[in-house]
Design a binder for this molecule. Sequence first.
Ligand code: ATP
Length: 325
Amino acid sequence: MNPAISGANRGRFVARTVRVRAPGKVNVSLNVGPLRPDGYHSVASVYLAVSLYEEVAATSTEEPGITVSIGPASTLDLDGVDIPLDERNLAYKAAAIMRDVSEDSTGVHLEITKRVPVAGGMGGGSADAAATLLACDALWNSGLSREELAHLAAELGADVPFSLLGGTAVGLGIGDELSPALAKAQMDWVLVCADYGLSTPEVFHALDRLRDAEGLVIPEPLEVDAKILQSLRKGDPDALSKVLINDLQRASIELAPELRDTIGLGESSGALAGIVSGSGPTVALLAPNPRAAEELAEELRHLGHNALAVHGPVPGARIISDTLL
Ligand code: ATP
């Protein structure tokens, strides 16, 4: 039973806040197959959870229903950015799914602290959904296993299960069939964030168009290059820099040609290699060590870019506090 309505508190509503943080991701490799009849593309990807986190504070409310707000500690400039706060928000959808499977649900307010660029190809909305699943599971004492939560996560979107799991993982299917992979050491990255977003479906459509025009047919099943996993296992950024791959990159560059310059600038300023993250437009630059990443980020900031040093792998969604108010 929910502690807010149990024991000494029976009859008196006591609000409780569960705060969860969940990481954004970079696709170290992303192979994209043809469009499937269900409208998705099959993919083979290696996901890396990085140290840029979304936070969701889920507070039980006496009023039934789900409400969403963006918290004041958000580090993004959200002026003019379209984040729906109604049932279209991925965090809202996650809470609604949890309510359906929880016997002791209450109303809930979700305050999202946004740090992962919106529509940036880093799975920010997916991280909000993963964080909300875990927060509501705790808030309503649903007692679901990680496996059951992962199942619900897959219903919300292809990238949600990974934000729950974190670390490093191979994703097959539409990206939701995950197998954890070994990574011996942290890799250091600089994220160059754009002040605009790219729509993931539009980037996939652009890739289909480019491939159709070339008559390119992608053989299936898709596979992950073993060298990617070897270099992660060894913790060897030099080796990894030679095998980074993102099939979506040329489609993102078609829609936002300046991304090519951003990658070029990063590589000529000390990055081992650069790659568009997922569907973009965030660019992930691989650095040889933490200090080089800090220096590169600093240099790019001087040149007017929104650049941030991060590392990965980091753990998936975690509860960071649980307070009775
Ligand atoms: P993907 O997982 O497809 O790579 P992304 O990281 O590129 O996604 P998101 O930041 O997750 O992009 O958001 C994509 C769109 O989803 C936004 O433009 C916004 O309209 C909508 N959206 C729904 N819920 C959220 C949320 N909680 N945070 C941000 N955007 C959201």
